[in-house]
Design a protein around this ligand. Structure first.
Ligand code: SF4
Length: 595
């Protein structure tokens, strides 16, 4: 059945197609039109679509309308499981208009009903209470869109494994909500495993600014001495003693000789000579033999990626722990083949800026790139750049930390509500905090920590409800991306310094690779300028969560005054030079009170 067959001619619902709301918001129309056009014509669309634009509703509407005439499917992929909820809620709203056969697919461990702690029993080879044919349950899962928790409750009643039932349901679904890993991991993707035709599949990749890093991480691994020892100790792998012993000696030799970069045949050649297989062949054999024994997984994973991307990965030895690291430094060979085999993809994010960069990095050939403006009034956000301070390494000193602390203190004195200060690193945050501590801020200072879990982060948000807090955090932590600040929680955000990636061997190698692939100029922008801009934008975005929010964004680094860097921000992120911070903030907050 076609998705829109349930609608009668010329009704309001038909005007909107499957769009789940009564009307299309201002700014949303253009995005919906582009998405319908691109996905209808099987063209990739990369969309910088700021918060508030209703991306999920647009993307799911366009994708489902495009696949329904030929019985294809949309895969809605998110970087985090917590982001499934909004997609499933949107599908529920759409299912009022038409038959939407949807599956919310999360990890086996997270769906497991038999699991108490650690991995699901079945993945450890132990007998599973629910391990049986899911019968008619997959069909029942498809009757209406269900959140994973609701699907689990249904499976509990039916006495079947929820993950197994969800995987069966994928084969007949019109839309699957899943994690990036289902398409961009180093093992077979969900389409392959479910024997589905990729050419009738449209991908929607949410929060797509995360995709390059996630794709590279998924194709990176480490071959550690500890991991090899654990595999040697596994009774199921006793026939691999010789191979694992050889691997062990190769890792130990590379670590002790402090060798630089290792060629991809560093492991392959001796393995082939002594054992007759290369790294990937050994991984396959060990996987077969170790079924259900998780102690061998780290070694198998590392062997799998060893030769996967000869040109786009680097291998080097490290000590503490002793290991050979295999690091993928270019997302192109991971993502591009996936984009080439599916019908098309819609990549979207509030910070997919500039979208052309992501098309280049990911190999999205022939893609249409679009930037949409924020749907919120520009006057709700005052962006001020302050000179005389910087996070540059060569300028870091006690005097600089004090200067940064004074600026933060000024913001705290002017802002009527909570202030968040985001730093390029926890180290700079700590040093500035020491200078902030004796200052009379008239508010509680809360410092984020690397080891904060969800409960601690929730407690921080709870404390901020008092409205008189200064939150200090890192732009690499969860508070700048991931944690959802509710509307109105922040009056001001300080972006302390420019969060350029710190120098490292990986970065140098990746830069060289990008220079070879895209030229020196693009490599510099793509590896340094835009990643810093993306982090600053993410952190700045914490303050404006709804149409009523008004907040000041203060950029504390003289580099934000440079025309080249200002031009790297989206057009609607208008940065004003600020010489008198207190006066500018007081004027903004006075306007805010009046308005
Ligand atoms: S088969 Fe399913 S329910 Fe059973 S242990 Fe494995 S994941 Fe859990």
């Amino acid at each position: 059945m076609r998705l829109m067959d349930q609608c009668h001619d010329n009704c309001r619902t038909c005007d909107l197609g499957l769009f789940p709301h009564d009307s299309v918001r201002e700014g949303q129309e253009e995005f919906l039109e582009d998405a319908r056009m691109c996905l209808g014509q099987r063209t990739h669309l990369l969309a910088h679509a700021p918060t508030g634009l209703g991306k999920t509703a647009v993307a799911l509407t366009a994708a489902l309308e495009a696949v329904s005439p030929y019985g294809g499917r949309a895969l809605f992929l998110t970087p985090r499981q917590s982001q499934h909820a909004i997609a499933v809620s949107t599908l529920k709203a759409m299912s009022v208009k038409a038959d939407v056969r949807a599956v919310d697919l999360i990890g086996r461990d997270d769906m497991c009903l038999a699991k108490r702690s650690g991995p699901a029993p079945c993945s450890l080879g132990r007998e599973c209470y629910f391990d049986q044919d899911p019968g008619g349950t997959p069909d029942r899962l498809l009757e209406r869109p269900l959140h994973a928790q609701e699907a689990m409750a249904l499976c509990l009643k039916d006495g079947v494994c929820p993950h197994r039932a969800a995987l069966e349901a994928v084969k007949h679904a019109s839309v699957v909500v899943a994690d990036y890993n289902q398409m961009f991991s180093r093992t077979a993707d969900i389409l392959e495993r479910s024997q589905l035709d990729p050419s009738s599949t449209i991908l929607v990749i949410d929060e797509a600014h995360n995709l390059p890093a996630r794709a590279m991480d998924n194709h990176s691994a480490a071959l550690t001495l500890d991991g090899i020892d654990a595999a040697i100790a596994s009774p199921k792998l006793r026939h691999f003693g010789e191979d694992l012993g050889l691997l062990r000696s190769l890792v130990a030799k590379a670590v002790s000789s402090r060798s630089g970069l290792l060629a991809s045949d560093y492991v392959d050649r001796p393995l082939k000579r002594e054992c007759g297989v290369d790294a990937s062949g050994l991984a396959e054999e060990m996987e077969e033999a170790s079924k259900g024994d998780s102690s061998a997984w780290p070694v198998i994973g590392a062997l799998r990626v060893w030769g996967l991307h000869p040109e786009s990965a680097v291998r080097f030895a490290e000590s503490g722990p002793e290991r050979i690291v295999i690091r993928c430094i270019d997302p192109l060979p991971v993502v591009s083949p996936v984009l080439s085999k599916v019908a098309c993809a819609l990549l979207m994010s509030g910070t997919l800026h500039p979208p052309e960069m992501y098309a280049d990095l990911l190999g999205a050939e022939g893609a249409v790139c679009r930037r949409y403006s924020s749907p919120y009034p520009t006057e709700n956000r005052e962006v001020l750049a302050v000179g005389g301070v910087s996070s540059r390494f060569r300028q870091r000193s006690p005097a600089m930390y004090k200067a940064l602390a004074s600026r933060i203190s000024e913001i705290c004195r002017s802002a009527p509500g909570n202030v968040a200060a985001f730093f390029p690193s926890y180290d700079l945050m700590e040093r500035t905090r020491e200078e902030v501590a004796p200052m009379p801020l008239g508010r509680t200072v809360i410092c984020d920590r690397r080891d904060f879990g969800k409960n601690e982060r929730d407690a921080v948000l709870h404390r901020m409800e008092s409205g008189r807090c200064l939150l200090m955090s890192s732009m690499n932590g969860s508070f700048s991306e991931g944690v959802d600040f509710c509307s109105g929680l922040l009056s001001a955000v300080a972006i302390v310094g420019l969060p350029v990636p710190p120098p490292s061997r990986d970065r140098d190698l990746a830069m060289r690779r990008m220079e070879g692939r895209l030229g020196k100029r693009k490599a510099e922008h793509y590896m340094t300028t835009y990643p810093a801009v993306a982090k600053a934008l993410q952190a700045a975005g914490r303050a404006i969560r709804g149409p009523e929010d008004r907040a000041a964004i203060v950029l504390l680094d003289d580099r934000y005054l440079m025309p080249g860097l200002r031009a790297a921000f989206p057009d609607d992120f208008r940065i004003s030079r600020c010489d008198d911070l207190t006066a500018s903030l007081d004027a903004f907050f006075a306007r805010r009170r009046e308005g």
